[in-house]
Design a protein around this ligand. Structure first.
Ligand code: SF4
Ligand code: SF4
Length: 306
């Protein structure tokens, strides 16, 4: 079983559109019927919007702890409010109450309270889902706004998707990774066989690409790069290719700006299924062929091979 993770230095580069198109293309080639999908972008899970999966299972995800005050025991001394560095405890109509969003779970108030009125409780910070999509089983999640622990939720999504792939003897785990370089990205990259970084030719795009590649390299995962909206700023696209060449990383294709991608998303379809001959779909198909070859050969091509 191979694990391919699609990353981007920041959101909005087209990563999920590319992943959805790969899911469709994989259903046509040597990976047909052999794919498990994981949406590891738990802060903004969008793959389901494109694939319109059928929900099979939903579970609450608990992470972190939050303080809870027993008002029957509290003597309203206010010590907990004074000790909380996160201003999560405030007086409200004579009672001291905890704002669960602001609470960091440090438990300082628990130790400060003279009456033992405060206890720490696990809280539900998101949901985990198993669904069935037209291109294979989809494991995804939804972290509630303002909640932390997205790295743990990404790990859960990946672990369950990977277990499914192994149980069913499927050949490919396709992971739509989170943007950026933080803890969730590390969780998404860990254990991958290959990473495709989708970037765009802007100054910020190049900067983010370098940081993402550094993260991927740190974990010993082979990386390839694809440039989305390459025709909007050809000089920037050329700069990315030169940067990748200098770093020994292959650019496996450029995708032109194409509003068909938006039309496909609105229609709830992968662009390669929605309009296979549009410029973006043709370019993504070429990238997929190169990715497939890299996965089958168990090695990462260099620019000289492309
Ligand atoms: S657990 Fe820490 S952050 Fe939460 S209310 Fe108590 S002192 Fe404040
Ligand atoms: S420290 Fe304890 S007793 Fe004092 S206000 Fe807070 S919860 Fe109540």
């Amino acid at each position: 079983m191979k694990q391919l993770v699609i990353l981007s230095g920041k959101g909005g580069t087209g990563k999920t559109s590319v992943t959805a198109a790969f899911a469709h293309l994989a259903s046509l080639g040597p990976f047909a019927g052999q794919v498990v999908l994981a949406d590891a972008d738990v802060d903004a899970a969008n793959l389901g919007l494109v694939l319109k999966p059928r929900l099979l299972q939903a579970e609450e995800f608990r992470g972190g702890q939050v303080a809870l005050i027993d008002q029957d025991v509290c003597i309203r001394c206010g010590d907990c409010e004074s000790v909380c560095r996160f201003a999560a405890i405030t007086e409200c109509a004579g009672d001291y109450v905890v704002d669960p969003i602001a609470c960091d779970g440090c438990a300082a108030c628990v130790y400060q309270c003279p009456t033992g009125s405060i206890a720490m409780h696990e809280q539900v910070v998101g949901n985990f889902f198993v669904s069935d999509s037209r291109y294979g089983p989809l494991y995804h999640a939804d972290l509630f706004p303002g909640q932390e622990n997205s790295g743990k939720l990404v790990t859960l999504v990946k672990q369950r998707a990977r277990a499914r792939a192994l149980d069913d003897n499927r050949l490919l785990l396709l992971v739509d990774g989170p943007p950026g370089i933080g803890c969730p990205v590390i969780s998404a990259v860990s254990g991958a066989d290959l990473a495709l970084v989708v970037t765009e030719p802007t100054v910020a795009g190049i900067h983010d690409l370098i940081r993402t590649l550094d993260t991927v390299r740190h974990f010993g995962v082979g990386a390839l790069v694809c440039i989305n909206k390459a025709d909007l700023y050809p000089a920037g696209a050329q700069a990315i290719e030169e940067q990748c060449r200098a770093s020994g990383i292959a650019t496996v294709g450029s995708i032109p700006f194409d509003l068909t991608i938006v039309d496909a998303m609105v229609a709830g379809e992968a662009v390669t299924a929605f309009r296979p001959v549009c410029p973006a779909a043709v370019a993504i198909s070429t990238v997929w062929e190169r990715i497939t070859a890299a996965l089958m050969n168990l090695e990462t091509p260099t620019n000289q091979d492309i």
